[in-house]
Write a protein of this length. Structure first.
Length: 220
């Protein structure tokens, strides 16, 4: 394996011999492998330097490397069973330490306690509505409107959904929630194209049907 001297302290550029190695091998050696060889913890500095040197990996080669780098069934990592010192230089190991997760480390945005509520968007840029989520336990969250419904009525059966009567997805009060089937939800969304008077009739029909089904269930 090629040996490289340490980049002078405080400089972000690579050394001349590192530049030469990149120029001679960027088409034959994947960037991550080159980073490990020249003692870098990531390939970002190599990408930057290649851009500065005008070196471009052809699109077909880049795609081939992407496919080849994907884990396949039965794949065994090349460093399996090896210690870091067997495949990384001391400098690379030292540089990578800053990215290690320490024991007991939690992300900076971790909720402090169970019951904490946060607002999330599934896709804000596409205009999707926001929803409230509640922390059940560390790393486990549930939509607040579903949590509130199940606290009063029990688990939501398969094939059903909890909706908001006033269409406000942030109003999770139990009186604003209603359980309907996926089919009903699809029908409700589809009737938005009908005239207002017909919409009311169709919604009323659905309410009557639910009341009949409830009565039949209770009478058994």
């Amino acid at each position: 394996m090629a040996k490289f001297r340490r980049t002078p302290e405080g400089l972000t550029t690579l050394t001349p011999e590192q530049d030469l190695y990149i120029s001679e091998n960027y088409l034959s050696i994947p960037l991550k492998t080159m980073a490990r060889i020249i003692g870098k913890s990531s390939c970002l500095s190599i990408r930057t330097r290649m851009k500065q040197l005008g070196l471009v990996v052809p699109a077909d080669l880049a795609e081939k490397r992407r496919i080849d780098s994907a884990f396949k069934k039965g794949h065994i990592p090349e460093n399996k069973g090896l210690k870091q010192i067997d495949y990384m230089t001391p400098e690379a190991i030292e540089n990578s330490k800053k990215t290690w997760f320490q024991k007991g480390h939690l992300p900076h945005n971790t909720a402090e306690k169970d019951g904490e509520i946060r607002i999330r968007y599934s896709h804000k840029k596409r205009g999707y509505p926001p929803y409230k989520w509640i922390r059940i336990s560390l790393g486990k969250w549930q939509m607040l409107h579903v949590f509130n419904w199940e606290k009063v009525n029990g688990k939501v059966p398969e094939g059903h959904i909890i909706i908001f009567k006033d269409k406000n997805t942030l109003n999770t009060e139990i009186r604003n929630l209603e359980m309907i089937t996926f089919v009903e939800n699809m029908q409700r969304n589809s009737i938005q194209n009908y005239p207002e008077d017909l919409k009311e009739i169709m919604l009323l029909k659905g309410q009557i049907k639910r009341q009949i089904n409830k009565h039949l269930k209770d009478s058994k």
